[in-house]
Design a protein. Structure first.
Length: 274
């Protein structure tokens, strides 16, 4: 399993970095739209849309939603997304400590939640990539932040983990893993501020934004875990050897991207006020 994970990662990481730096924003939007549609296929399985024609219909609706989001003001999309993920955070606080969890979801709500998960993340990443000069670098920064958070949580959880974070959703996650993710990401954020030339209030804002993004990335991970429990599956698919499905790789990003982008817009306003 570990060997498969490493091989898959070694193949995918250079492709992703190359796409971020060498593709135009329009081309990257198309590539990521394909990833979103593949994720939508996996999501339709998690919410138990079983008939193939209905799953294709679901993907078509997601594709239409992508086009609509392209012409919708970004601020509104991010605002709705941030409200949604804040609700999820509050929703998970109590179940974190529960011994059992019951969370029935209808297919209609599953469809709506799928929109809230996939569309804002796509729109946020495309916006970041379109930023003059720093676009590709800030996208790579965000991807690295989430990867380091996952790695830090995994290492700290394996080494020091005792206190379960959400035993009924993801038994392997611990609070010690969360602390490990915050520590390693704090170091990464401090180093990154030197490259993005933040100082004073902007330095502190960027640090807080980064750590907030890390915390919400965990919420995205837990939400997918909840739906995998509902769907009674271990992974969203077996498309990526050793990693599961695409959703299993981007679950943290679905919450992190809109949260970070919303904060980054506020940071740009802070620059205007300075």
């Amino acid at each position: 399993m570990l060997k498969q994970r490493v091989i898959t990662a070694v193949l995918l990481i250079p492709l992703m970095i190359g796409a971020i730096y060498f593709l135009s924003t329009q081309t990257l939007a198309l590539v990521f739209a394909i990833i979103v549609m593949m994720s939508a296929w996996e999501w339709s399985g998690l919410i138990r849309i079983c008939k193939t024609k209905n799953r294709y219909l679901y993907i078509s609706l997601i594709l239409c939603s992508l086009f609509i989001s392209w012409i919708t003001p970004l601020q509104w999309i991010l605002l709705v997304s941030n409200i949604w993920w804040s609700f999820c955070l509050l929703l998970f606080i109590k179940p974190f400590q529960e011994k059992s969890i019951s969370f029935p979801i209808s297919k209609v709500w599953g469809f709506i939640i799928g929109l809230l998960i996939l569309i804002p993340a796509w729109r946020a990443i495309i916006y970041l990539h379109s930023l003059p000069t720093i676009g590709p670098s800030i996208v790579l920064f965000l991807f690295m932040l989430i990867w380091l958070a996952d790695s830090g949580a995994y290492i700290a959880g394996r080494r020091f983990g005792h206190t379960k974070l959400a035993p009924m959703l993801s038994p392997g996650k611990t609070w010690e893993g969360v602390y490990g993710a915050l520590v390693i990401c704090s170091l990464y954020l401090v180093i990154s501020t030197q490259f993005f030339d933040f100082s004073g209030k902007k330095w502190w804002f960027f640090l807080v934004l980064g750590l907030t993004t890390v915390l919400f990335s965990i919420v995205g991970d837990l939400l997918e875990s909840l739906f995998k429990r509902i769907g009674a599956v271990k992974d969203s698919s077996n498309l990526l050897p050793g990693h599961g499905g695409i959703l299993d790789r981007i679950d943290s990003l679905t919450s992190a991207a809109p949260i970070f982008t919303f904060g980054f817009l506020l940071l740009e306003r802070l620059n205007d006020w300075s």
